[in-house]
Structure formats: structure tokens, C-alpha cells
Design a protein around this ligand. Structure first.
Ligand SMILES: [Zn+2]
Length: 174
């Protein structure tokens, strides 16, 4: 038999602080890569979008699959490099559109590197990255995230038309 819990209270529902996206992220409505995502709806969607900041060292940005708001690590904003952060916003805004279209964002029947919603989001980000002059080598580095091993990053890269660096035996490839 388990002992009863100590006499404490742990809440079930707590307020989540949400802010207007456009209070913090400026100028996105003018960017062609963003207008490619939302078209005529760009201003409307961005003006309705809400963002929640969290302070964990882990994670970057995401979109809630409950109500489609953006979730962003304050740690990442402080420490991430500007280009990655910009491309991540492009990526996440594709998920915002997918959510509005009623798509399941996290379809677990696919692995991350094969999931159609992820590939679509990455395609927009990579198109913009290439326009900004990023090389395949730089793009491959950008695709490396904590939850993918080297093999999965290579698969993701191939799915996205990014050429992975050649593997050299006994040497660390960059
Ligand atoms: Zn994603």
C-alpha cells in the first residue's frame, strides 16, 4: 500500500503567459518567404498569432498542437545564432499554417526526418536559406538538432535535397 501524499497542493491548471507575436517579432509580414506561406492572409495570421516564451536550456521553437500558438525558448533567443533563429521562425510559421489547415503536426506514424509536416516546414526554411546564400555544408549543420543522430540528419538532408558532406573513414567530417 502506498502512503497518502503529503498535505501539499499542486495545481492542475496554471496560467500560460501569451504575447502577441508581432510585439516581439517584427517585419515578418514583409518577407516574401513568409508571404509564400500565408499569401493574402499574412497580416491577418501574424496579427492573430500568440507566442509563449519558456526558459529551458533545451529546445528551440515549436507550435502547440492544441491551439497553434508559437512556443519559443528564451535561452535559444539569447544564445542562438541570428540566421538559425530566423530560419526557425520561417519553419515554425509553416507549422502555424498547417495547424490552421487542420493537419496533425506530430504524426507519430512517421519518423521526424520523414514526417510530411516537417519536410514541408524545412523546405520553406531551406529555400529561404539558399536565397540568403547558405551552402549545402552550412545547411547540413543547420539541420543537426539534438534529437537526430548523424544517420537521421543525413536522411533528413537527402529528403530535402541538401547534399550531406562526404564521409571520410577515420576522420571527422564537417
Ligand atoms: Zn518542425
Amino acid at each position: 500500500m502506498r502512503s497518502p501524499l503529503p498535505d501539499v497542493q499542486v495545481p492542475s491548471n496554471v496560467p500560460i503567459a501569451m504575447h502577441p507575436f508581432s510585439d516581439y517579432f517584427k517585419g515578418f509580414e514583409k518577407i516574401p518567404a513568409i508571404r509564400d506561406i500565408f499569401g493574402e492572409q499574412t497580416e491577418k495570421v501574424l496579427s492573430e498569432l500568440r507566442v509563449e516564451f519558456f526558459s529551458s536550456k533545451f529546445g528551440y521553437m515549436g507550435v502547440s498542437d492544441e491551439d497553434g500558438h508559437l512556443i519559443v525558448s528564451a535561452y535559444y533567443l539569447r544564445n542562438g545564432d541570428p540566421l538559425s533563429k530566423y530560419l526557425d521562425v520561417v519553419h515554425e510559421l509553416v507549422h502555424v499554417r498547417q495547424f490552421r489547415e487542420g493537419k496533425a503536426l506530430f504524426d507519430e506514424s512517421f519518423e521526424y526526418h520523414d514526417r510530411p509536416t516537417e519536410l514541408e516546414a524545412y523546405k520553406h526554411a531551406i529555400k529561404e536559406a539558399r536565397r540568403l546564400g547558405m551552402s549545402d555544408e552550412e545547411l547540413f549543420e543547420y539541420l543537426k538538432v539534438d534529437w537526430l543522430d548523424e544517420e537521421e540528419v543525413r536522411k533528413l538532408a537527402r529528403n530535402l535535397g541538401v547534399t550531406p558532406p562526404r564521409r571520410i573513414r577515420g576522420e571527422r567530417v564537417r
